[in-house]
Design a protein around this ligand. Structure first.
Ligand SMILES: NC(=O)c1ccc[n+]([C@@H]2O[C@H](COP(=O)([O-])OP(=O)(O)OC[C@H]3O[C@@H](n4cnc5c(N)ncnc54)[C@H](OP(=O)(O)O)[C@@H]3O)[C@@H](O)[C@H]2O)c1
Length: 279
């Protein structure tokens, strides 16, 4: 049986669905089973990765795990997993670990990878690049006047669809070929301004980008994430201005089908953008 941690999250929920479609037996762990919204054929158990004593039942009878990187909490989880006989851990990591200066986010994921490596359990690392999903953070601004305000509009990235991250993780869990590192990007390099244009075209409504200063953007982001993470994100955007982001073939190589485009992602989430508009 496969355990999915982070199963109620953007990536984990897709992994659960894809594993079920493939006929796998799935157990999900969450801190709030009453609100998990999982399909009836998923076994949902309560557990908190920061409290290893809550995980013995969760890991009983499990041979493979998708591991969500709860920072600073993985050693305890991995001890219980090793004792339970887990044979393969697929860790969600970040491509920031490969940056010349990994920064706060990269270092936190490097620490998670080190915990998994140290556990001695065979493992695979899925190092995701910037999520397309982050751009749903613009939905309220799009609904409320059609203006996306951010810093460094010409910063380019190759953002990745959460369905594709899940597909690589699912394939890794099912083929049980431990020892791989999969670094993922989306299929095209796009600036923030270009992404806003695609959102406008796909939703069929006027949306424009308005440049903020770094200070203004930092103030806005600090409400949504720790200040170190917000600073790191802005440093990254600053360094990506006027560049073309690297596009990697990993998703197609692992899954046998092309990665979703940004336009496809926006179309898939049109209702989520519209929901912000109707609030
Ligand atoms: N955003 C990006 O651009 C980016 C890029 C590269 C990598 N990443 C990585 O991807 C992660 C976000 O993935 P996502 O969007 O799928 O996640 P998400 O939607 O933010 O969901 C977080 C998940 O983690 C679970 N969780 C959190 N703390 C937990 C704990 N103490 N014990 C058990 N479960 C816990 C939550 O479960 P419950 O609440 O149900 O317990 C939930 O399922 C980031 O944190 C980062 O590590 C992100």
């Amino acid at each position: 049986m496969i355990l999915v941690t982070g199963a109620t999250g953007n990536v984990g929920r897709n992994i659960v669905g894809q594993l079920l479609d493939a006929g796998e037996k799935v157990r999900a762990v969450t801190r709030d089973p009453g609100n998990s919204g999982m399909a009836a054929d998923v076994e949902v158990l309560p557990g908190d990765l920061t409290r290893p004593e809550s995980l013995t039942d969760v890991l009983r009878g499990i041979d493979r795990v998708f591991l969500f990187p709860v920072f600073g909490a993985l050693d305890g989880f991995l001890d219980v997993a090793r004792t339970a006989g887990v044979e393969h851990v697929v860790l969600m990591s970040s491509s920031a670990v490969e940056f010349p200066e990994p920064g706060w986010i990269g270092q936190a994921h490097l620490d998670c990878e080190a915990s998994v490596a140290k556990s001695g359990i065979p493992h695979t690392f899925v190092r995701a690049g910037l999520f397309m999903r982050n751009d749903l953070g613009w939905a309220a601004q799009i609904a409320d006047g059609g203006v996306v305000r951010s810093a460094y509009g010409t910063a380019a990235a190759a953002p990745v669809d959460e369905r594709d991250i899940a597909a690589v993780a699912t394939q890794s869990l099912r083929t049980a070929r431990a020892g791989s590192v999969h670094t993922l990007t989306g299929p095209e390099s796009l600036t923030q301004i270009e992404r806003v244009r695609i959102i406008a075209e796909t939703l069929g409504r006027p949306v424009r980008f308005e440049e903020l200063s770094r200070e203004e953007a930092l103030k806005h982001l600090v409400g949504q994430m720790p200040e170190e993470a917000a600073s790191f994100l802005l440093d990254q955007l600053a360094s990506w201005q006027g560049t073309t982001a690297e596009v990697l073939p990993t998703i197609e190589q692992v899954t046998g089908r092309p990665a979703h485009t940004y336009r496809e992602w926006v179309g898939h989430h049109a209702a989520d953008f519209e929901a912000a508009a109707s609030r």
